[in-house]
Design a protein around this ligand. Structure first.
Ligand code: KG4
Ligand code: ZN
Length: 499
């Protein structure tokens, strides 16, 4: 297999038209070829090229992020300023607060990311490209990041890559996953066993571990793969055919799964966990772990899109489930108030719903939401098989992808045999005959791949990496691009960007 570095070197050395750049633009610092990242001298093309270095900036929602990543899969730095402390008291993200916090924080975040990347004498000049989230997201927040990136790119004469936030979530796995076939033991039996291993990064994942394990290896998984993007703004099941080309199999008809987690956490008055692993969804997951009777409310909570009339539809829906949680909380509150009043308690002394019941409701909600995801993923896999698409993996990403129940449920779905098509007895006999004539092949393994939890939520590492993947295909943007707050992922690659 040709290594990534060599492929880049070939591209950089091959001709003067390194990338499909917009007319009248040339980047004096390209190609940045030298034997080591610290050397600034230009070297002949026969020397080992140094990898590309990308600065990524992400400000689409409520975290201000910058990171420096290389094309040989090293994460040189990552800086993230969370805004949880601003939004938690308001019960959710307030766009105006997010906008102002990005304006205050971004300069220092970018400065720190550059310093921590330790780019040697050349400092920021060693950066080969600047990638930034262009959309979808909160308009004003996106504007802060995009303006900063455009100005930096123009001032430094570097290529600019405007990244689709959801493409970045989908491609994160190609930075963080290891090809199981390249694990130490290469005997064919072990290869099959290795392929069955989940390639999810361990929860204690660190940047240093990542760099030690993956530096220099090729991106994995290869295209095409199925991807489940579950975040605060989206719930999507997609086929990733290649960088820049996606087909949506299912999306939500109402709310996103992240929104359902967030609103349910609020209804249940669950305090947010602090820090990067925090937020309402993560807090609900943690809270539900304490449930002693997770089945208590299951007969009152619907599993969305699972009735006979809509079961086969490739759609997600969370509004009904969310409404059911609200209804149960209201009902329980009224009952608690009546019982309290009967005991002569003052309204202030009455707990709106006792903690055991709240934990059970949180667990019931999570079960129904995740079962719904699993059912649609199973249908998606079946669809790919019927279309003859050779899908080998399911990549889960987006903030809700941190959730352990989501991960384990998808492992089960991908390990389950496909639904048997109904066949006539003649067809069955024919199939049996064919099977007897063929050698037994190992069962097709659909690998579940999850980026490390830290990189499932919004971050700039994924933006920098997507910038590299796009740059390598010549997908560079002009300096006058605008934000795209609403941007269907299927539109990538069509050349059309919504106004
Ligand atoms: O991808 P992300 O960081 O931002 C968006 O692009 O929306 O996703 C944020 C969403 C929020 O709704 C958050 O509550 C949810 O992901 N989330 C979780 C967990 N961690 C974050 N939901 C369920 N379980 C978690 N552990
Ligand atoms: Zn996101």
């Amino acid at each position: 297999m040709i290594s990534l570095e060599i492929r880049i070197a070939r591209r950089l050395c091959a001709s003067s038209s390194i990338v499909r750049l917009p007319p009248k633009r040339s980047f004096s610092s390209l190609p940045p070829i030298s034997s080591t990242s610290s050397s600034s001298s230009t070297a002949p093309c026969s020397e080992k090229p140094r990898p590309l270095i990308a600065l990524g900036i992400e400000t689409s929602c409520d975290d201000t992020c910058a990171a420096v990543v290389t094309s040989d899969r090293r994460i040189l730095s990552e800086v993230l300023r969370t805004q949880h402390h601003l939004h938690e008291p308001m019960g959710g993200i307030v766009p105006k607060l997010a906008h102002h916090a990005h304006m205050r924080n971004l300069p220092a975040v970018v400065q720190e990311a550059i310093q921590k990347a330790d780019l040697g004498e050349r400092g920021i000049q060693a950066i080969d490209l600047i990638a930034v989230t262009r959309g979808p997201g909160l308009a004003h927040s996106l504007g802060v990041g995009l303006n900063a990136a455009k100005t930096l790119a123009a001032a430094l004469n570097k290529p600019l890559i405007g990244v689709h936030h959801m493409e970045a979530h989908a491609l994160t796995a190609r930075l963080t996953s290891q090809d199981p076939h390249l694990l130490t033991d290469q005997s064919s039996d072990n290869k099959v066993a290795a392929a069955a291993e989940p390639s999810s990064a361990p929860s204690h994942w660190t940047r240093a571990d990542h760099n030690k394990r993956l530096a220099g290896s090729d991106p994995y998984p290869a295209f095409p793969f199925l991807t489940l993007l579950v975040s605060g703004g989206h719930t999507m099941l997609l086929i990733a055919h290649s960088v820049d080309r996606y087909t949506t199999l299912a999306t939500t008809v109402d709310d996103s799964i992240g929104d359902a987690f967030d609103k349910s956490a609020r209804e249940l008055q669950i305090p947010w966990l602090a820090g990067r692993a925090g937020g309402p969804g993560a807090s609900l997951e943690e809270f539900a772990k304490g449930s002693k009777n997770p089945e208590r409310y299951l007969d009152q909570l619907p599993i969305p899109m699972s009735l006979r009339n809509n079961k086969r539809e490739m759609k997600f829906s969370f509004a009904g489930l969310k409404a059911a949680v609200t209804r149960i909380v209201k009902q329980e509150t009224q009952e608690a108030e009546l019982a309290g009043a009967a005991r002569g308690l003052h309204p202030n002394e009455i707990e709106f719903m006792d903690i055991e019941r709240r934990r059970d409701l949180a667990a019931g909600f999570q079960h129904c939401a995740v079962t719904h995801l699993g059912q649609k993923v199973a249908q998606g896999l079946e669809h790919c098989r019927e279309q003859g698409l050779d899908i080998s993996s399911l990549v889960i990403s987006g903030g809700v992808g941190r959730n352990a129940t989501v991960r384990s449920t998808m492992e089960q779905v991908c390990a389950a045999p496909m639904r048997q098509e109904k066949k006539s007895s003649h067809q069955q006999k024919q199939k049996q005959k064919q099977q007897q004539q063929q050698p037994t092949l190992p069962k097709k393994v659909i690998q579940v791949i999850c980026p490390p939890p830290k990189l499932c939520t919004d971050n700039a590492v994924m933006i920098a990496w997507t910038g590299i993947e796009r740059f390598q295909l010549g997908l560079v943007d002009p300096y006058d691009i605008d934000i795209v707050p609403k941007w269907p992922l299927d539109m990538l690659g069509t050349g059309v960007v919504p106004e």
